[in-house]
Each structure stands twice: as C-alpha cells, then as structure tokens.
Write a protein that binds this ligand. Structure first.
Ligand SMILES: NC(=O)c1ccc[n+]([C@@H]2O[C@H](COP(=O)([O-])OP(=O)(O)OC[C@H]3O[C@@H](n4cnc5c(N)ncnc54)[C@H](OP(=O)(O)O)[C@@H]3O)[C@@H](O)[C@H]2O)c1
Length: 258
C-alpha cells in the first residue's frame, strides 16, 4: 500500500534538518497536507519555499522542543495521521567534559521531549503513527558520543517497551522506531566527518527518506535502515560488546583531533 492510501496529513518535527528536509520533499510529493515544524522560522520558510509546487498543502509551525509548555500545547492540538520526529542533537567530545547545560538539552530533545509527546498522544488514544529516529549508537555504546548514545538507547528501550503495552491495550496509537547508521547531514560538523575518513560510510538523506517511507507504508514498528547497517548489527551481535566498544573508540578517537 502506498503511503498516500493511509496518510492524508503528516507532521515533521525537525523539518529544517538534513533528514527532516529530505523526508519533507518526499512526502510533499504524495500527501495532501504536510506540516513542517522547527525552531527557526527563517529556515522553515526556506524549506517551504523549496517545496512550492509539490502536491501537498504546506504549513509551517515554529516550536522549540526544549520548551516543555510549548510542546505540550503543540501535542494538545495535534491533528495528523503521521508524525515523524527528525529533531535531534549530538555532541562529539570526551563524555566527562560535556557541560551540564548541553547534556541537559541533549537529553531533553532526544529523550524527554519525545517521551512527553508519546505519553500525551497515548493518553488521548489518538489514531496516529508516531515515528522516532534512532541510531546505531543506541545499539552499541559509542565512546566520544556517550550522552548521545545513552539518550538514543533510552528512547529505544522506552519505545519498544511501550509498543508492547499499546499492543496489549488495543491502543489506536502506532509507534515506530527506526535505526539509522551515519547519514550525510549537518548533525556532525564537516571537520569531524573529514577526520573520521570522509563521508564514504554515510548514507545519503534522499535514500534514508525513501527507506523510511517504505517502512512507514508497511507499518513496521522497528527497523534498521540500510542493508549494510543491518549486516553490521547482525555481525556486531556475534562479537563481545567490549570488543565493539574498543573498535568504535579507536575509530572515533580520530575525531577528537580535528
Ligand atoms: N545524521 C546521522 O548520521 C544520524 C544517524 C543516526 C540517527 N540520526 C538521527 O536522525 C535525526 C535527524 O538528524 P539529522 O541528521 O537530520 O540532524 P540535523 O541535520 O542536525 O537536524 C536536526 C534537526 O533537529 C532540530 N532541532 C535541534 N534542536 C531543536 C530544538 N530545540 N527544537 C526543535 N528542533 C530542534 C534542528 O533544527 P535547526 O535546523 O534549527 O538546527 C534540525 O531540524 C536525529 O534524531 C538524529 O539523532 C542521525
């Protein structure tokens, strides 16, 4: 079934980011209504302009997801068949030198805000698909991305546990969580990507957006995007976790010297 057969209206949080913007492009081709949400009004207008002429009727909405009151009001008025959360924050550094304010923002955006959103929607028992984006860093602890890794692991654990609760209670809410490997976006600065050997390991956001849509169409509740990353995860599960963390540390440490 095509996405437009079941979804008329979708909302993208983080629509100004690398993956959000590309997903917006893809969805705008087929859906009737698309709401682009982000914290920066100018960037949102720019994305809207880029999508002018697409099939979808476009709306934009400014929302800082660190603002819990604004987020609560946003969810209260939520009206859509699909919401994809593409907002996220990562800091690459020694874990113990990340300042508390940055660490708090990271946890708020990557864990507390999505959980607040999910809880509020579940309490309303709204008929909607909620999709969260996660990372390989949720599956394998990533040195130098310790807070990011932990926040994504926490969101994955929460989502998978809640999925089962919702299944057992015949809830109308459908939760999806999709794991991504590295993607060519601005979440990591170009100098860091260069220090890590360039973008050859990164997926293109276009490809990611298309695959996300395919999993949404199939109502998949949990998936790893990209064959090479599915194989990597499979291999990774055969090795002792300590080895994988060491290998990741050797690879990622190059990024500290950028
Ligand atoms: N890129 C990767 O390699 C990768 C890998 C695995 C998982 N992911 C996950 O995929 C998702 C999208 O990442 P991306 O690569 O597209 O990153 P990105 O290009 O940096 O986009 C992040 C988005 O989050 C938004 N955002 C940041 N702080 C916000 C706030 N306080 N309130 C509302 N929005 C806020 C940004 O808004 P502004 O445009 O205003 O900054 C931007 O739209 C994230 O959850 C990320 O963890 C990415």
């Amino acid at each position: 079934m095509k996405i437009e057969d079941t979804i008329k209206k979708a909302i993208i949080l983080g629509a100004t980011g690398g993956i959000g913007r590309q997903l917006a492009k893809e969805l705008a081709r087929s859906l009737e209504h698309l709401v682009l949400v982000g914290r920066d009004a100018d960037k949102l207008s720019q994305v809207q302009k880029e999508l002018t002429g697409s099939k979808a009727q476009l709306s934009i909405l400014t929302l800082d997801m660190l603002d819990q009151v604004a987020l609560e009001a946003f969810v209260e008025n939520l009206d859509a068949d699909l919401l994809v959360n593409c907002a996220g924050l990562a800091y690459f550094s020694l874990g113990c030198v990340l300042d508390s304010a940055s660490e708090q923002d990271l946890w708020q955006l990557n864990y507390h805000s999505p959980v607040q959103l999910i809880k509020q929607v579940v309490q309303k028992n709204q008929n909607i698909k909620l999709v969260q984006l996660s990372s390989l860093a949720a599956l394998f602890p990533h040195p130098y991305l310790a807070a990011y890794s932990a926040s994504k692991a926490a969101l994955q654990t929460y989502t998978l546990a809640l999925q089962e609760e919702l299944r057992q209670s015949d809830s109308q809410v459908q939760l999806g969580l999709y794991i991504l490997g590295p993607v060519q976006t601005a979440i990591f600065p170009p100098k860091l990507v260069e220090a890590l050997g360039g973008g050859s390991l990164q997926m293109k956001p276009e490809k990611v957006a298309q695959q996300l849509i395919r999993f949404i169409e199939r109502d998949t509740s949990y998936a790893i995007i990209g064959l090479r990353y599915r194989l990597l995860v499979w291999l990774g599960r055969l090795l002792p976790q300590r080895w994988i963390i060491r290998l990741l540390a050797i690879y990622l440490k190059k990024g500290l010297n950028r």
